[in-house]
Structure formats: structure tokens, C-alpha cells
Write a protein that binds this ligand. Structure first.
Ligand code: NAD
Length: 491
């Protein structure tokens, strides 16, 4: 192992193998891939590069475990999830260190992620016993109709690196609550956090084969194809880019799987003249620059009404000047690196394109090679126009592009002029406008006078090419269940 992680309190949370049928295993081929710390670009360890055969073994393990796991009572499953939640909280410091190590986000943010991630286990431990069917008045005399909720079966889960813990618990929590077993493909960039969660699942008493974590980097597409074309896997839940989502959907067509897709966003963030300026500025900062702009619900297009545009632009720029960019473990660091150099190039392209077309950089605008290959200056650009790349594409980086608008009708049209529709935000103190705009935005989630909307109790998901299905909330567990109808005749 290369570059060292600050010592873990519990060293046994650091694994370098995949987790199948309750055992730590390598790839049959012996192949591994290297994981690097995005802040230093130093190798931090290796993980097995699974292929089709390895993945099929994991699917088989989940299939066998499903036979008995589906028969456990909801109360028993709730207790396991609750214990897993508690173990995450008890080991929060170590989990946060792992997240910072492989993802780069500042340690305080990583700690916040651990609590958020664990909350999905707590929430779904509470939902498990409350998922039951209906008794229905039949229209046919002499019949009685009722429904039962059953687990959908073995699930394939694929998650991204930007929330190494939360994206996984948001899927495994409801899957287990419903009585499903899972094969989770951990992100190639951040497999260590996933492995630590698997280790805690053992301590939580989750039976072997119920949770399997497979790892891959070079063989990612092969593992994805194995999961999506398997006859055994009945459901695939994917969080990631729209492009990969489309591919997985095509692959899943051969076996017509139940699907949930949480895909890319390009969130509009609208500030009306009647908004409270300071609240809106703070909201924009949190919403845009959290995880250095690498969340799917980050503000991408910031529209500010002409009456407060200048004041807003100056205030945001002033705040951004106060950021401290650096390695996630360093004291006082508020913003970390991007995940890899491809991300830095994309951000630079969006900035250069904006500048070429008349955008004025107020802060930042450049990569930070002195800091490290993956760092980009937190950037604010004013005088943006809708022809720019940043308007039509998700930047996924620390660039706040500020667009000026005059009327409500104009900004709604601009906000909805996107192929995707995940989150949208606006700031206003006019109660009628709050309803009007919340209803008018073509997105799955709306933040009004807040830039932070994620909550395990609230349904998370998108419309248009941001995907379908909801995670978290009472709707989250439905994605992992089937509603079976029973008609009893001859009464
Ligand atoms: P990505 O689609 O490249 O990767 C996501 C995951 O899919 C990774 O684990 C990756 O290994 C895997 N993957 C890639 N190709 C695959 C294939 N052919 N078969 C199977 N798995 C495959 O996305 P990314 O660039 O790593 O993540 C950023 C994207 O994810 C952004 O577009 C962001 O908006 C989106 N995202 C969405 C949400 C949401 O909830 N809607 C949350 C986080 C991130």
C-alpha cells in the first residue's frame, strides 16, 4: 500500500478484497486495479478487478441467500438495519477518513456524509415493518381481493464515487428492508468505503450472501453487462451519468428488469428580486460548491433577476475568495480536489467557452497545478449567456455561472430548457410565486429558499433524462417490492 491514510481506530475496516457470500475474495484471474488519492495522485491500494465469472458467483450467492432472507420477518430485518446504522455511527471517524482518502472531500464533509448515509439504514429500518398491502372491496360479488407486498428478488446496484457511502446505503437500506438480497458494484474510484460498509454488515448480523460487494475498474462494463443481462437479477438500481444509464437500460431490456435510475442533473438556481440577498448568497454557495461542485443536485445555472444581479454577483465572489482549497485532511480546508484530471479538463472547457463568449471571471477560472493535478480554483463568472456550454451541460465542478434575467416567464423558460430535470432551486418571499414556480419547474425536486434538499425522509429522484424511480422516503422501499394481488372467490 502506497500513500498512507491517517491511522484508523479500527484497522480491520480497511479491506483490499471484494465481499461475496460472507467472504473476502479476489478475482479468479488474480487481476487487481489501483486506487489513487485524488489530492496527491499517489496510489493508496488495490482492489480485485472482477469479471463476468466472478460477478456470476456473487449473483449466485445472492440468489441462494434470497431463499431464506425473504422469509425473515420485517422486524428481524429492521433490527439488522438498525444495528448496521449504529455501527456506522460508532465508526463514523474511520469511515470519514476512508471517504476523504479516496474521494478527496474535506474531512468535515465526509463526516456529514457518514451521518447522512447511516440515516438511510435508520430510516428504512423503520419503514420495513410498515410495508404491507391492502384489503380491497371487489366489484365482483362473492370475491375478496387483497394485496401482499413481496421483495422483488436479487438486485444489482451500481453507484458513483461522489458519495462513496451514501449512494450505497440509499439503495441497500430499502432493498434489505423489503427482503431483497443484493450485488452492489462499488465505484472504481472509491471501493474502500464500500468494503468497510460490507465489514460492518457482518458485525450487524446480516447473513452471508445477502450483501455482496463486487469491485471492478477495467472490467466495469463487463460487470455491468453481467448484472443487467442476468436472468436472476430482477431489479437494477443505478446512480450515475445519463449516458451510462441509457446503456444499462438497453442491456436490461433483454430480461425486462425493474429499473430505478438516478442520473445527471443541470440544476437551475433562481434568485428573484424579492429574495433575501444574504440567504440566497449562502444558499448558492452551499448548493454550488459542496463537494467542489460534484453532486448531481449542485446548482449549475444560476439565474439572478436584474434588480439584484450586481449585488448578488459581488457577494458570491467575496465569499468564494474566502475558501481554502487543499487536501481533505488539512486543517481549515473547505474545498477539496476534483475526482480526476478528466473532470478538471471538462471544467476548464466550460470556463474557457464562457470567457470566449463574453463571460467575465470574478474569481478563479484556472486549474491549480501547484496544489495538485486534480485541483481547480473555485470560480465565479458573471455575464453568462444561454449559448454557453455551462448552460446546456452539467459542469460537475466548482464554477458558479451567473445569468441575468428580467421576467418570471423568461426564467421559467430558460430553467426548463434542459434535457434533464433533477433538482431546481429558487429564492423568493412572495407566497404566490413560491407555488407558481415550484409547480412550473420541470424537475423531480425543488428547493425553495434553501440550497440543501437531501433528506432520507424525502423522495429523491428526477424527471426527463435525469431518470425515474425515487430513493429515500416511503416511496424508496416500493422500488424494491412487487404488489401481488390475490382474489379469493366463492365467498
Ligand atoms: P458514471 O455514469 O461514469 O459512473 C457511475 C457508476 O457507474 C460508477 O460506479 C461506474 O463504475 C459505473 N459504470 C460506468 N460505466 C458502466 C457500465 N458500462 N456498466 C456498469 N457500470 C458502469 O458517472 P460518474 O461520472 O462517475 O458520476 C457522475 C455522474 O453521476 C453525474 O452525471 C451525476 O449527476 C450523476 N449522479 C447522479 C446522482 C443522482 O442521484 N441522480 C447522484 C450522484 C451522481
Amino acid at each position: 500500500m502506497g500513500h498512507s491514510i491517517p491511522p484508523l481506530n479500527d484497522k480491520s475496516l480497511l479491506k483490499s478484497q471484494a465481499f461475496v457470500n460472507g467472504k473476502w475474495v479476489g478475482a479468479k484471474s488474480g487481476k487487481t486495479f489501483e486506487v489513487t488519492d485524488p489530492a496527491t495522485m499517489k496510489p493508496i491500494g488495490t482492489m480485485p478487478d472482477f469479471d463476468k465469472e466472478d460477478t456470476e458467483l456473487a449473483i449466485k450467492a445472492a440468489e441462494e441467500a434470497f431463499v431464506s432472507f425473504r422469509k425473515t420477518t420485517a422486524r428481524e430485518r429492521a433490527k439488522m438495519l438498525r444495528k448496521w446504522y449504529q455501527l456506522m455511527m460508532d465508526n463514523a471517524d474511520d469511515l470519514a477518513k476512508l471517504i476523504t482518502w479516496e474521494n478527496g472531500k474535506p474531512l468535515a464533509d465526509a463526516k456529514g456524509e457518514v451521518a447522512y448515509a447511516a440515516n438511510f439504514f435508520e430510516w428504512f429500518s423503520e419503514e420495513a415493518p410498515r410495508a404491507y398491502g391492502d384489503t380491497i372491496s371487489a366489484t365482483v360479488a362473492g370475491n375478496r381481493v387483497f394485496t401482499i407486498k413481496e421483495p422483488v428478488g436479487v438486485c444489482g446496484l451500481i453507484t458513483p464515487w461522489n458519495f462513496p457511502a451514501a449512494m450505497i446505503t440509499r439503495k441497500i437500506g430499502p432493498a434489505l428492508a423489503a427482503g431483497c438480497t443484493v450485488v452492489a458494484k462499488s465505484p472504481g474510484e472509491t471501493p474502500f468505503t464500500a468494503a468497510a460498509l460490507a465489514e460492518l454488515s457482518v458485525r450487524a448480523g446480516i447473513p452471508p450472501g445477502v450483501v455482496n460487494v463486487v469491485t471492478a475498474l477495467k472490467n466495469t462494463a463487463e460487470v455491468g453487462e453481467t448484472l443487467t443481462t442476468s436472468e436472476t437479477i430482477r431489479k437494477v438500481s443505478f446512480t450515475g451519468s445519463t449516458g451510462v444509464g441509457k446503456l444499462l437500460m438497453k442491456q436490461s431490456a433483454s430480461t425486462l428488469k425493474k429499473l430505478s435510475f438516478e442520473l445527471g442533473g443541470n440544476a437551475p438556481f433562481i434568485v428573484f428580486d424579492d429574495a433575501d440577498l444574504e440567504t440566497a448568497v449562502n444558499g448558492a454557495i452551499a448548493c454550488k460548491f459542496r463537494s467542489s461542485g460534484q453532486t448531481c443536485v449542485c446548482a449549475n445555472r444560476i439565474y439572478v433577476q436584474s434588480g439584484i444581479y450586481d449585488k448578488f454577483a459581488d457577494a458570491v465572489a467575496e465569499k468564494v475568495k474566502g475558501f481554502k482549497v487543499g487536501g481533505g485532511y488539512d486543517e481549515g480546508v473547505t474545498h477539496g480536489p476534483l475526482i480526476h484530471d478528466r473532470a478538471v479538463s471538462k471544467v476548464q472547457q466550460h470556463v474557457d467557452d464562457a470567457v470566449k463568449q463574453g463571460g467575465k471571471v470574478l474569481v478563479g477560472g484556472k486549474a491549480m497545478p501547484d496544489q495538485g493535478e486534480n485541483f481547480f480554483q473555485p470560480t465565479v463568472i458573471r455575464d453568462m449567456s444561454p449559448k454557453m456550454k455551462l448552460h446546456s451541460e452539467e459542469t460537475f465542478g466548482p464554477v458558479a455561472g451567473l445569468f441575468k434575467f428580467d421576467t418570471e416567464a423568461e426564467v421559467v423558460k430558460l430553467a426548463n430548457a434542459a434535457e434533464v430535470g433533477l433538482a431546481g432551486y429558487f429564492y423568493s418571499n412572495d407566497v404566490q410565486r413560491v407555488y407558481r414556480i415550484a409547480e412550473a419547474l420541470e424537475v423531480g425536486m425543488v428547493g425553495v429558499n434553501t440550497g440543501l434538499i437531501s433528506d432520507p425522509a424525502a423522495p429523491f429522484g428526477g424527471v426527463k433524462q435525469s431518470g425515474f424511480g425515487r430513493e429515500g422516503s416511503k416511496y424508496g422501499i416500493e422500488e424494491y417490492m412487487i404488489t401481488k394481488m390475490v382474489t379469493l372467490g366463492g365467498m
